[in-house]
Write a protein that binds this ligand. Structure first.
Ligand code: BT5
Length: 319
C-alpha cells in the first residue's frame, strides 16, 4: 500500500481525532518530508485536513468518498471490488456503463459528490446538493446480470434499506418498486438500468440534506434530519454496508432464494390491500394490491376481479 493510503487509513480510523506528525512518522516509517508529500497528495484527492501546532493533523469530516477507503477489507464476492470516485459527473449510471472495459470483468462501483443530470425512473430527475448524499452505481458482472431483473430491482431497494438500518439504526419502509421512505418522505431512490447484457443498479441516499420540497413530487428526508445531526454519519460506512447487503442478495438470488426476498421485502412494505392507480406502458389501471412478486412485479386485483401483473421497468404508481 502507498504511503498516502496508509496515512489516510490512520487518520480516518481516528474518526476526526488528531495525530501528532511525529506519531504519523513513526507509524509509517517515513520521514517528515514524505509524510507532508502524502498529505498534499491526499488534499489533491479532495481530502481536507486541520492542522494544529499543539495536536498535529486531523482529517476533516464529512470525509469525501474515497475509493481506497470504500474498497478496504470489503468482504464482497460479486459487487464492489473495484471502486471509482468522481467529484462531478452527469450520472454515475452512465459512468458505470461506459467503464465496462476498464472494469475488466470486475465488480465496479462508481460514486460522485455531484451529478449534473442525475436520473430517476421513467425519465424523472434525481437532485442532490453537492456532497450531501451517497450517489452510487453498481455494475453487475455477467453472471449476476443474468438474474431476473424484477428480483434484482426489489433486492436493490431492500439492500439500501437494510444497509441504512445496519449502519445507522434508522428504520425505513419500501414503496414499490424500490423507494426507501420514512413516513411519507423519501429517503433514497433506486434506478436499475439494462443496456444489452449489462445491468447497473444506481442509488441515491440523502445523508446530510435533501432537496427543497418545491423541486419534488413528494416530500423528501435525509438521515441527518432523522437522527437530529450529522456527527454520527459517515457516508463511506453507509455505502460499504449497502454494498455488503447487495452482494449478499446477489448470492441469495443465484441460490434461488426468491421466497426470502418476497418475505423480507413485504415485511417492509405497507402496500398490500391498498387501492392504487398505476400507469403501465401508456395505460392507466386501478385496483387493489394483493402481492409483490419477485419474478412478475406488482400484483393487482382490478375491479373486474382480474389479477394483473406490473413489471417495475415499465410501471409507476400514480396519485
Ligand atoms: C428514483 O426514481 O427514485 C431513482 C433515483 C436514483 C438516483 C441514483 S443517484 C445515482 C444513480 N445515478 C443516477 O443518475 N441515478 C441513480 P423515481 O422513483 O423516478 O423518483 C424520482 C422522483 O424523486 C423525482 O421526480 C423527484 O420528485 C424525487 N426526487 C428527486 N431527487 C430526490 C431526492 N434527492 N430525494 C427525494 N426525492 C427526490
Amino acid at each position: 500500500m502507498g504511503l498516502a493510503n496508509q496515512i489516510l487509513e490512520l487518520l480516518y480510523d481516528r474518526q476526526g481525532g488528531f495525530f501528532a506528525l511525529e506519531e504519523l512518522v513513526r507509524a509509517t516509517d517515513a520521514d517528515h518530508a514524505k509524510v507532508e508529500e502524502a498529505l498534499v497528495e491526499l488534499t489533491q484527492r479532495g481530502h481536507r485536513f486541520e492542522r494544529s501546532p499543539a495536536h498535529g493533523v486531523r482529517l476533516m469530516r464529512p470525509t469525501v468518498m474515497d475509493a481506497h477507503l470504500i474498497e478496504r477489507n470489503l468482504s464482497v464476492e460479486h459487487i464492489g471490488r473495484y471502486v471509482l470516485c468522481f467529484n462531478e459527473v452527469d450520472s454515475t449510471n452512465d459512468i458505470a456503463f461506459s467503464s465496462i472495459s476498464q472494469a475488466a470483468g470486475q465488480a465496479l462501483v462508481v460514486t460522485a459528490e455531484y451529478q449534473r443530470a442525475g436520473r430517476g425512473r421513467l425519465g424523472r430527475k434525481w437532485f442532490s446538493p453537492s456532497g450531501s448524499a451517497v450517489l452510487a452505481s453498481v455494475l453487475l458482472h455477467r453472471q449476476a446480470s443474468e438474474l431476473p431483473h424484477e428480483a434484482l430491482t426489489l433486492a436493490a431497494g431492500l439492500s439500501v434499506a437494510e444497509g441504512i438500518e445496519k449502519s445507522t439504526g434508522v428504520t425505513s419502509t419500501l414503496d414499490w418498486p424500490n423507494d426507501v421512505v420514512i413516513g411519507e418522505s423519501k429517503l433514497a431512490g433506486v434506478l436499475v438500468e439494462v443496456r444489452g447484457k449489462e445491468v447497473v443498479i444506481g442509488f441515491g441516499i440523502n445523508i446530510f440534506s435533501s432537496p427543497p420540497a418545491g423541486k419534488l413530487s413528494r416530500r423528501a428526508t435525509c438521515l441527518a434530519k432523522e437522527l437530529g445531526g450529522i456527527s454520527s454519519l459517515e457516508r463511506i460506512e453507509i455505502l460499504r454496508t449497502v454494498l455488503g447487503r447487495m452482494d449478499w442478495w446477489v448470492s441469495a438470488l443465484r441460490d434461488g432464494l426468491t421466497d426470502e426476498l418476497h418475505d423480507l421485502w413485504c415485511s417492509r412494505c405497507g402496500m398490500v390491500n391498498r387501492r392504487i392507480h398505476i400507469q403501465s406502458s401508456g395505460n392507466r389501471f386501478t385496483g387493489r394490491v394483493i402481492d409483490v412478486s419477485p419474478l412478475e412485479g406488482l400484483v393487482v386485483l382490478n375491479d373486474n376481479g382480474q389479477r394483473l401483473y406490473f413489471p417495475a421497468a415499465t410501471s409507476t404508481i400514480v396519485k
